[in-house]
Design a protein around this ligand. Structure first.
Ligand SMILES: [Zn+2]
Length: 300
């Protein structure tokens, strides 16, 4: 499942490609993927590409008569497209001006010709470039939302702080996690209402970097543990962003073999391989229903 670094990577790529472009057309191959009125986005000019937690947003503005007031403009014409990739979503941009953007869940056909059999929605821009939303398992979604309604979206309202923003201080993280005292540390880190954007990959990595057994209850953590965990969360996510997420770089072959694309991981998907720090065999356990990786020597 694409997490914060994967979506951040897509965001940074799209910012260089589509800002200023107008949406000329939209083809909906799977109606359930898109919620809202697709006609509202046609003619919209891309003003901004942003990310909140694991959600990608594209802000659009339409040309309106000059006599319209600014308030009228934003109330009636400005919409935002929100994309949630969920388990298997991909965003692929192709055009003549610049390298393609290929992001999301890695598969063998993501670098091939688009659309493919998992393509659900296609956006065409005024410069002839196209944005494909692919999703094998169809859990992902796109929403068309009026900007004036954006703040009322329940899933945005309940999100915790962004871990790569300045607001995510040690104090903030500690207070957030202590709201789930009795939960295992790793489960709490992945709770989107406590910290936004951390999923299974980076939660395992953060616990390793902090030297903390992911099964420990939040209530058992000392001040020193919280300090190392705070650093671990930020470092694991930043490393992911620096490597272009787990999709883009280190995706060595076209077979889509998971386990080979994440070469910067310390523990994730490395069961029975030697710990990069001490050589002990990495263990895989199930925690909160999710595959979890740890070094029994380095993590206490
Ligand atoms: Zn180790």
């Amino acid at each position: 499942m694409p997490e914060l670094p994967e979506v951040e990577t897509i965001k940074l790529g799209l910012q260089k490609r589509i800002i200023g472009q107008k949406i000329a057309n939209i083809e909906i191959l799977n109606p359930k993927t898109l919620e809202g009125n697709p006609l509202e986005v046609i003619g919209g000019e891309v003003k901004e590409v942003f990310r909140r937690a694991k959600v990608l947003g594209i802000t659009l503005r339409k040309d309106v008569p000059e006599t319209s007031s600014e308030i009228l403009r934003s109330a009636q014409n400005d919409v935002t497209l929100l994309f949630h990739l969920k388990m298997s979503g991909q965003v692929i941009w192709q055009g003549k001006k610049g390298d393609p953007i290929i992001g999301g869940h890695p598969t063998s056909d993501m670098r091939g010709e688009q659309p493919n059999k998992s393509t659900r929605v296609i956006f065409s821009f005024s410069d002839g470039s196209k944005l494909f939303f692919n999703d094998q398992r169809k859990f992902g979604w796109i929403k068309v939302i009026k900007n004036s309604d954006l703040q009322n979206q329940s899933f945005l309202k309940t999100l915790g702080p962004e871990p790569l923003e300045k607001e995510f201080t040690l104090k903030v993280m500690t207070e957030q996690l202590l709201r789930r005292k009795n939960q295992p540390v790793k489960v709490a880190i992945m709770d989107q209402s406590l910290i936004a954007g951390v999923g299974n990959i980076y939660a395992s990595e953060a616990c390793f970097l902090a030297g903390i057994d992911p099964r420990r209850k939040v209530s058992s953590l000392s001040d020193e543990d919280f300090k190392r965990l705070h650093k671990g969360v930020i470092t694991s996510l930043q490393t992911g962003v620096d490597h272009g997420g787990s999709t883009l770089s280190h995706f060595v072959d076209a077979e889509g073999q998971s386990g080979k694309f994440l070469t910067f991981a310390y523990v994730y998907n490395r069961a029975k391989q030697p710990c990069k720090n001490c050589g002990t065999s990495i263990e895989k356990i199930t925690l909160g229903g999710r595959g979890t990786y740890l070094c029994p020597q380095c993590q206490k």
